[in-house]
Design a protein around this ligand. Structure first.
Ligand SMILES: Cc1cc2nc3c(=O)[nH]c(=O)nc-3n(C[C@H](O)[C@H](O)[C@H](O)COP(=O)(O)OP(=O)(O)OC[C@H]3O[C@@H](n4cnc5c(N)ncnc54)[C@H](O)[C@@H]3O)c2cc1C
Length: 367
């Protein structure tokens, strides 16, 4: 692809799901890219810094994320093929709809329109197909057989490895808060600093990206047929209170609440788990997978969402510096979209594609 004259050198700050893929996509479009990260891709403070993340196209009323998911899937697969490392585990996913099922009905409309294989199952049908589960109190189940989980931390390291193999430059170091100036040796700077975006841009972002404290727990699975990696689908229980779960074989089965926790400091916040939330997670596991009621607690920690007021991402130019790009606000669902977000940012920065209105800062202008 020919190198655009206006952008020959780019600096990307943040090597998480968004920054890593943005760096790779800019590089593949002929730009010389230097990628920075304070502590490395998917480090324990980063939002991408955990073992697993769900990838699915069931997305309620938001068609845009169905499209981003479908654009990302083949790129995760291509990364897997290029590196020979396992990135995606295609378990399928079950959505357990509660009494208020508008979200699921909207989601199925988009799945149908986008041609994504799925099925609506009654609790009785679901029980026949997934005998380990207890579907009591569930209205219906959406089965999305193509959904999967991503090996998140490992995948971020692979993206960096691929970036280096294709000629990118990586530096470890913390970049200072934006002072209105860009370094002279770069044409554009992309800030993809996850939960730190508000600290780096207090005036432009501030609490538009609010880090929220989210606890997650791993429980041990028995080493026997039926419980092995890939044999239990990812599942999301939509109420009351949203819980999701990723069964990943030897790592155990992960459970976490999707309800937004209190504001959290990504630098110095305490990442320990609290007994009350652990007890809730165990109760949810026992409710839906009764054979795991006594599963041993293996591990747990607090991570953070980078939450925007409307849960949509922020992908925009800095309002006072058109060569500075702001990319973040994954809001608890960004990881899977890393490849498509990186592609969108690279294409917009090279002026080959228009910005997506859903992600622009001006949507918050009335606040
Ligand atoms: C518990 C939990 C579960 C989730 N589950 C899912 C899921 O199932 N599916 C899904 O799609 N998404 C999920 N998400 C959301 C997803 O993980 C995040 O939206 C996504 O990882 C954000 O990526 P990022 O690149 O924006 O941020 P990060 O991964 O935080 O990356 C930002 C990087 O910037 C670096 N950095 C920050 N400041 C500086 C600086 N000044 N100088 C240099 N470097 C800096 C950091 O070190 C960090 O590596 C979940 C999130 C959490 C917390």
């Amino acid at each position: 692809m020919p190198q655009p004259r206006s952008v020959t050198r780019a600096t990307v700050i943040g090597a998480g799901a968004f920054g890593g893929w943005t760096a790779l996509h800019l590089l593949r479009r002929g730009v010389h890219v230097t990628l920075w990260d304070a502590w490395g891709p998917a480090n324990p403070r980063a939002s991408s810094g955990d073992d697993t993340r769900i990838i699915r196209a069931t997305y309620g009323p938001d068609r845009i994320y169905v499209d981003l998911t479908l654009a990302s899937f083949p790129q995760w697969r291509a990364l897997q093929k290029a590196t020979g490392q396992l990135v995606l585990r295609e378990t399928g996913a079950l959505w357990l709809a509660a009494r208020d099922d508008r979200w699921e009905r909207d989601a199925m409309g988009h799945l149908r329109d986008a041609g994504v294989p799925h099925q609506q199952l009654s609790p009785t049908q679901a029980k026949k197909r997934y005998p380990l589960f207890n579907f009591s109190g569930v209205n219906f189940v959406i089965e999305e057989p193509g959904a999967a989980y991503l090996r998140a931390r490992a995948a971020c390291a692979l993206v960096l490895g691929q970036f280096l193999a294709e000629g990118g430059t990586y530096r470890e170091g913390r970049v200072e808060a934006f002072d209105g100036r860009t370094p002279p040796d770069t044409d554009i700077v992309v800030y993809a600093c996850g939960p730190w975006m508000g600290k780096l841009f207090p005036d432009v972002i501030g609490d538009l990206i609010r880090p929220t404290r989210q606890e997650l727990f791993y429980f041990g699975l028995p080493s026997m047929d039926g419980y092995r990696d890939g044999q239990i689908p990812v599942w999301l229980d939509r109420g009351p209170g949203i819980w999701y779960s990723i069964p990943s074989g030897g790592q155990g089965i992960k459970l976490a609440s999707d309800d937004r926790g209190p504001v959290f400091d990504p630098d110095n916040g305490d990442r320990g788990v609290t007994p009350a939330v652990l007890a809730e997670a165990r109760a949810k596991l026992a409710e839906r997978l009764p054979s795991l009621a006594k599963a041993p607690f293996l591990d747990g920690k607090a991570c953070q969402y980078e939450q925007t007021p409307d849960s949509h991402f922020i992908i925009d130019r800095h309002p006072k510096a058109s060569n500075v790009w702001l990319v973040g606000g994954g809001s608890g669902h960004g990881f899977k979209h890393g490849p498509a977000v990186g592609e969108l940012v690279a294409e917009c920065a090279l002026e080959r594609r228009k910005l997506e209105p859903t992600f622009l800062l001006k949507r918050f202008a009335k606040r």
